[in-house]
Design a protein around this ligand. Structure first.
Ligand SMILES: *Cc1c(COP(=O)(O)O)cnc(C)c1O
Length: 220
């Protein structure tokens, strides 16, 4: 069995084990550290959603793999001067909208192109200086403001990166905070709670995640 098939099967098996409530859980393969050829190999094993954190790299991989039916996600920090380029790439989901200001900027460009963008609001759930995202306290309010003022942005839920910590309890706490916000936003159309990476996806599932962004354990 080839390596990628083995990795994918193991991850899918672990997801199934952790998913005791039998929810529909989406797996996004984070391909930022591998080549387009490797993405193609993983795609051939049955994974069809991939995420990138740099617009330039996303663009070249989309171009390399334009004949495959891949759903591309954008999960990285977005610089203002890359907004137009990202919109033109038509990602299925922008996970990392991290402020009202960014949303307003993005919305303006969408208006001028007469397009819409499915989007998640990124939450800095462990309140870490080095991390992007809105605070837990303001998340619902900002979500609502974006919904009201940015008509071309289709908010579909929230995204968060677990606390940088060796202490599982700390990570769990950050996931629980994000999930609570997600639940509050369900009446406003939130359908995705994107949390969980290679080191913490099983915990994320237990805390209610329904979208995992997994890189290293799939591609090592
Ligand atoms: C790199 C990255 C991931 C995947 O991380 P792994 O630990 O390799 O699974 C998930 N989300 C974001 C935002 C990332 O930048």
């Amino acid at each position: 069995m080839n390596l990628y098939k083995k990795n994918l099967q193991k991850v899918l098996e672990n997801i199934q084990k952790a998913n005791t409530k039998n929810e529909k859980i989406h797996l996004v393969g984070v391909s930022k550290s591998v080549t387009s050829e490797v993405v193609k190999q993983m795609y051939d094993e049955g994974l069809s959603s991939f995420g990138e954190n740099k617009v330039q790299v996303l663009s070249s991989k989309i171009n390399d793999l334009k004949n495959e039916k891949i759903s591309w996600h954008f999960i990285g920090r977005l610089q203002s001067n890359k907004i137009n380029q990202l919109i033109d790439l038509n990602p299925v989901l922008w996970h990392s909208c991290d402020s009202l200001k960014k949303a307003i900027e993005f919305n303006k460009r969408l208006e001028s192109k007469n397009k819409t963008q499915n989007t998640l609001l990124q939450i800095n759930s462990a309140n870490e200086d080095e991390k992007q995202g809105v605070s837990v306290e303001l998340a619902c309010e900002i979500y609502e403001q974006i919904s009201l003022t940015c008509k071309q942005i289709r908010l579909q839920g929230v995204m968060s990166i677990g606390a940088f910590s060796d202490d599982e309890k700390m990570i769990q706490k950050s996931f629980e905070k994000t999930y609570k916000i997600y639940e509050k936003l369900k009446p406003q159309g939130a359908i995705y709670c994107s949390m969980g990476m290679s080191s913490d996806y099983e915990l994320a599932i237990k805390c209610g995640s329904n979208m995992l962004r997994i890189g290293s354990v799939l591609f090592h």
